[in-house]
Design a protein around this ligand. Structure first.
Ligand code: CP
Length: 304
């Protein structure tokens, strides 16, 4: 199945997701044997207006492992002609002449969609604005859940953090809503809780959810704890103790033995390093999966 652009999680149907996961497993084998030259005629552009470690490097590694090449700019707001006043649309029209797909991390919500409207080559949304989406992250998150839990149905998932602006949280909620008997717990300080558009989507899909401002009574029930960062400066009520959202050895003791802890990373203090060696800590395996999932996505964009 060929994809045109990758802009949101909603665009992925369950059959497309299952094809992606099948390709992802194959890509893991390809990497284990050192890569392929099957896509040696392909050039990928990475256009990153905001900082990134995992997304940018894993896309670069993905195209190299597929045999292709990359054109890349970080800090595109400074190192591209945007600084001379060039509109995003012109940058995309021009860059599309030099490559076969463009990965964009835009500082603006809707930036990837704007790019797709004028692009002659596939656009991949690598995170847009502060309240947009990060669909390739959510796909690798979902793949990790499937790989670790062996199912996507009947799971209880806690999504924790500053959820109102959490691109990965938003994109993952959309993907989880495609599966049966899912229960999502959104755990955040009240002022940073998930936005109503996501809840309206879950209502429409008949997905069970609960909102909470504490992990305390919930963490023992979940199969997946999906942790994200809360920036101190976003908390207006200084009485809120952010430590109550952290996962450390004490919290881990309350979790099910077969549960997993995920994080899109980078982390700050919200997951204690002392639990990194626990088998339930899945976040580094999750980041590794990003390479295989992004290779698989590129093949789905490139294949005829
Ligand atoms: N998870 C994620 O998007 O990480 P980076 O910001 O490092 O790309």
């Amino acid at each position: 199945m060929k994809l045109k652009h990758i802009l949101t999680s909603q665009q992925f149907t369950v059959p497309v997701i299952m094809e992606l996961f099948e390709r992802t497993r194959f890509m893991k084998q390809i990497v284990a044997r050192g890569g392929t030259s099957d896509y040696s005629n392909k050039i990928l552009t990475n256009l990153f207006y905001k900082p990134s470690t995992r997304t940018r490097f894993s896309f670069e590694s993905a195209i190299f492992r597929l045999g292709g090449k990359v054109l890349s700019t970080e800090q595109a707001n400074e190192f591209s002609s945007e600084i001379k006043g060039e509109m995003l649309e012109d940058t995309i029209r021009i860059t599309g002449n030099y490559c076969d797909a463009i990965v964009i991390r835009s500082h603006e919500e809707g930036g990837a969609k704007r790019a797709a409207e004028v692009s002659s080559v596939p656009i991949i949304n690598a995170g847009d604005g502060s309240g947009g989406q990060h669909p390739t992250q959510a796909l690798l998150d979902l793949y990790t859940i499937y790989d670790e839990c062996k199912t996507l149905d009947g799971l209880s998932v806690a999504i924790i953090g500053a959820l109102d602006q959490g691109r990965t949280a938003r994109s993952l909620a959309y993907l989880l809503s495609k599966f049966d008997r899912i229960k999502i717990y959104f755990i955040a300080p009240d002022e940073l809780q998930i936005k109503p558009d996501i809840l309206a989507h879950l209502d429409e899909k008949g997905i069970a959810y609960e909102l909470s401002n504490s992990t305390d009574k919930i963490i023992n029930k979940v199969d997946v704890a999906y942790q994200t960062r809360i920036d101190n400066e976003r908390i207006y009520d200084q009485k809120i103790d952010l430590n109550q959202y952290n996962i450390d050895a004490e919290v881990l003791k309350k979790m099910k033995q077969n549960s997993i802890i995920m994080h899109p990373l980078p982390r700050s203090v919200e997951i204690s390093h002392e639990i990194d060696s626990d088998p339930r800590a899945a976040y580094f395996r999750q980041a590794e999966n990003g390479l295989y999932v992004r290779m698989a996505l590129l093949t789905m964009l490139f294949d005829k």
